[in-house]
Design a protein around this ligand. Sequence first.
Ligand code: SF4
Length: 251
Amino acid sequence: MQEKIDQVIEVLQQAVRGYSPVCFANSLGAEDMVLTDIIAKLPLPNPLPQAGEGANDTLRESLHSIEMFSLDTGRLPQPTYDLIQEVGERYSVPLKVYFPDSDAVERYVAQNGVNGFYGSVDARKSCCFVRKVEPLRRALRGKKAWVTGLRRDQAVTRGSLEVSAYDADFGLQKFNPLLEWSNKDVWAYIRQNNVPYNKLHDQFYPSLGCAPCTRSITPGEDIRAGRWWWENPEDKECGLHVAKPTLLKRA
Ligand code: SF4
């Protein structure tokens, strides 16, 4: 496990050294709670840099410079809000929360209905665009890299990911330090380090998103089977981690 943690730290250091400012898009899933804990526990540079030559370089390389944020879509389940609160209280790394543009949400609801995302893949992706992709674009503005907790075996849509690659859709480098971790690795880290996690994971919700678009799964089902369960597996991304962003239907 320590070797895997060291590899994660190495990837984070590469990001900070080569692409500052870096941010960490914390989805509050189990993987991202592992990253939160690793980042928060990293020691500050020792000795602390003095003002003057080289100080900025050293500070820039500090993983504590990684800004952490989450997206509140307005449709999250209550246990996710409980976890946001707990992260804020437990860790010294601040968690900034971004919200959707209220005018865009109002236009979406007027056109599609408050639960219009069940109507079609396009309507669902439009809702994800308004509530997730647009706020993500704002969160990434001015950054040179973003860090995610994606793992390769989470979904068929994630098989070809790389640990570090240019994200042409968002125009910055993307780092996936947990890419080769297994689900078992993630939970071993959480248990060993007493990391807070979303209590819905204990109720057969291995992958979490908005409340109306996530259901529990039964033993043997794919871990993302509960996300947009009415859609085909190849459609199951929200626009945050796909090659081409979904275009928003405007009212
Ligand atoms: S997951 Fe569902 S409720 Fe959340 S933004 Fe996407 S379509 Fe909308």
